[in-house]
Design a protein around this ligand. Structure first.
Ligand SMILES: [Zn+2]
Length: 707
């Protein structure tokens, strides 16, 4: 090669070198520029999805790693957790990263731990490592996953020897057992290979699950969230916007092998927390008392709603549906019956009719009506009233009775006679009056708007008018009945039932839901005052359908309802099957709570519902009285030593239930305990670790993570 050619060659090489330098510098500048001024990314393809799309204009890709926020928690009125989150993990080994530096360039070895390296040529060391890891994984997970040790060995061989990306364990989202917890991940991170910080190839993808420490309690109202198919119900659905939070994003620009984090990445904003109006103690009482009665009556379903009279705050809402077969059945929360038009109101609707009557009848005490229907039978062409006997027997209903007797005895004919006397042949006048009271309106709530009762307002026939007077032939949600009963208890002021009291974020309260007045005075104070006396007479009067509870503490007032069950298959009422209900308030003298009890398809009558009402009322007043004493008296505790988890192979009995529930998930434990009448207190999260009997029937459960 000649001297000149050499020179020229060097010159050219120099020019190329300068060009490369300038270009390289420009590239760096461009990257710095891009990362500093992220609005200039219009040229780049934003690969916010998993797959990356290269862009020809700047030869770069923007990767957006979405960061999931944590969903908000749901609390009761005293701040006790009703719905929380916990995380479960998968176990993944990236064998490809372990084996290859880049595309096809193999590593010579990898780190056993941060001190020791294993060469790929050292077969013995590699087989020892696989053996050691399979042992550790098998020992830790054999009780939770049905895999033999060879399963782990094979998976590890795929990852370490074949360089594959391998998922070794997956948490089963539907199982309480087959899952990895944070206890597992921290233990696994101590194993060889797993612990190496120099080359991280083991990862634990995380999934959040909703956690209900109190199991079935109010579950239908709290609602469900299914992350996979986005199916939601209850408060989880209606307050999804508040609970969900906002995804964060961390953007990178990717150019060849270089990955530069961009400025302006946003942190996820965790969801807000929701404080409900529910009270865990009252909720538990309502659940348990209803459950007992449903079980003994083999009811199809039942619901109870307890509302604070002055504020409209729903303190308990329980909806239980029968599952299983006769002889082996149980109840779970599946439908929010309290908020749905599943049933006829029945005789509880006589309060609505009574209000229309009293408004038009200033002097009701001097009135009387035939108990049999003789006052109104002339208005019907072919309806028969069978209750007239031409005798003076005590059993004869062909006699006159005062309105308050008719109301106590809950006579359909007498009630219709009262209404017909003030709205003769005037169904429209009657329904207009009900409208004016706000009783047959739609009812917007935080859980959605409840449609108006299905009364056939346009009906011209007398039969529709007649049966509407006593709550038959149309459907109405139990909470609608509760709302106007509460208005009577609250001296005529109708307020909206509420389920959520406030929404809070990290910076404090975001929103408070105040008591919302629907109607300041649904009827005249004089009408309301008399209506209360009628309701009290149902419990204390000589003819009252709930007179068994005349001396009961607390004093209460209300109205029973018994309806035959409508059988759509025969298009007739089933005479031997009833829906039984009671709606009322307590204590009578100064109403604090209004409650409705509804049980569907039982053999017995409304007395069963009154019994549930009375039991719940008494228990609520007991804890109210107790909580005022609690300041001075600490309850006695009898500690039981820590028990070892046992398998659920024995039948639960009163004697062994406290031992059997150790190791169970908490909602199952509460359910088992409830069968034996235990009330539960909960501390911590996870599965039952320790059980203490406090007092006679309170069980304190200490929770921890399972293993
Ligand atoms: Zn008669």
């Amino acid at each position: 090669m000649g001297e000149d050619i050499k020179k020229t060659f060097h010159k050219r090489l120099f020019i190329i070198y300068i060009f490369a330098l300038v270009f390289g510098f420009a590239c760096v500048l461009r990257i710095v520029h891009l990362s500093a001024f992220s609005n200039e990314f219009s040229n780049c393809k934003d690969a916010t999805a998993d797959d990356l799309i290269a862009d020809s204009t700047c030869n770069c890709t923007i990767v957006d790693n979405k960061i999931e926020p944590i969903r908000g928690e749901i609390y009761d009125d005293k701040g006790r957790i009703l719905v929380s989150n916990y995380s479960v993990f998968d176990l993944v080994i990236d064998g490809k990263k372990l084996m290859y530096k880049f595309k096809d360039v193999k590593r010579e070895g990898f780190y056993y731990n941060d001190q020791t390296e294993i060469k790929y040529t050292d077969n013995r060391a590699i087989y020892n490592l696989i053996e050691e890891l399979s042992d550790a994984l098998y020992n830790r997970f054999s009780s939770r996953y049905n895999y033999p040790k060879s399963y782990y060995t094979d998976k590890l061989k795929d990852a370490i020897l074949k360089g594959k990306n391998v998922t070794i364990l997956k948490s089963d989202r539907n199982s309480q057992k087959s899952r990895l917890t944070s206890d597992d991940t921290s233990a696994l991170n101590k194993l060889p290979l797993f612990c190496s910080k120099k080359l991280k190839v083991v990862s634990f993808p995380v999934y959040y699950r909703r956690f209900y420490p109190y199991g079935e309690l109010a579950k239908r109202t709290l609602g469900n969230i299914n992350i996979q198919n986005k199916e939601q119900t209850g408060l989880e659905q209606k307050f999804d916007k508040e609970l969900a939070g906002q995804k964060g994003s961390k953007k990178f620009i990717k150019m060849n092998k270089i990955k530069v984090p961009l400025e302006g990445s946003t942190e996820p904003i965790d969801g807000y927390n929701i404080k409900t109006t529910l009270n865990l103690d009252i909720q538990y009482i309502a659940y348990q008392c209803l459950m007992d009665k449903l079980l003994t009556n083999y009811a199809d379903w039942g619901c109870v709603v307890v509302m604070e009279t002055k504020t409209g705050e729903v303190k308990a809402i329980t909806n239980l549906t029968r599952n299983g077969t006769e002889g082996n059945y149980y109840y779970t929360e599946q439908f929010n019956y309290a908020l749905r038009h599943e049933c006829e109101p029945g005789s509880t609707f006589k309060l609505a009719s009574l209000l229309t009557y009293l408004e038009a009848t200033p002097d009701d005490s001097s009135k009387s009506y035939h108990l049999c229907g003789c006052d109104i039978k002339g208005q019907f062409s072919n309806r028969k009233f069978d209750k007239c006997y031409d005798s003076d027997d005590a059993g004869s209903l062909h006699r006159l009775g005062a309105p308050i007797e008719i109301f106590q005895r809950s006579y359909n004919e007498g009630t219709a006679s009262m209404v017909f006397s003030v709205y003769p042949k005037n169904f429209k006048g009657y329904t207009n009056k009900l409208d004016q009271f706000g009783i047959i309106d739609s009812l917007p709530t935080q859980l959605g708007t409840i449609k108006p009762p299905t009364i056939r307002r346009g009906a011209k026939d007398i039969n529709t008018f007649y049966s509407t007077c006593f709550g038959a032939g149309f459907k109405m949600a139990p909470i609608q009945t509760l709302t106007y009963y509460n208005a009577v208890a609250n001296n005529g002021k109708m307020i909206r039932p509420i389920f959520v009291k406030s929404i809070t974020g990290n910076d404090g309260v975001i929103q408070v839901y105040e008591t919302d007045v629907i109607n300041e005075q649904i009827a005249s104070p004089y009408t309301i005052e008399r209506a209360k006396k009628y309701l009290h007479a149902v419990v204390t009067g000589p003819h009252g359908t709930a007179k068994k509870y005349a001396e009961f503490d607390p004093h209460f007032a209300g109205k029973t309802g018994t309806r035959d069950i409508w059988d759509p298959s025969t298009n007739s009422y089933l005479k031997s099957r009833n829906s039984a209900s009671f709606c009322g308030f307590f204590p009578f003298e100064n109403p604090k709570y209004t409650m409705i009890v509804y049980m569907y398809n039982i053999e017995k009558m409304s007395g069963e519902a009154v019994e549930v009402f009375a039991n719940i009322a008494q228990k609520i007043m007991n804890i109210e009285n107790f909580s005022t004493l609690k300041e001075y008296e600490k309850p006695q505790t009898n500690p039981i030593p820590v028990l070892q988890p046992k398998k659920l192979d024995q039948k639960m009995t009163q004697n062994n239930v406290l031992i059997q529930i150790v190791g169970m998930n908490v909602s199952d434990a509460i359910f088992e305990l409830s069968k034996f009448g235990y009330k539960t207190e909960i501390e911590g999260r996870g599965v039952v670790k320790q059980v203490q009997l406090k007092g006679k029937n309170i069980v304190h459960l200490t929770l921890g993570s399972g293993s």
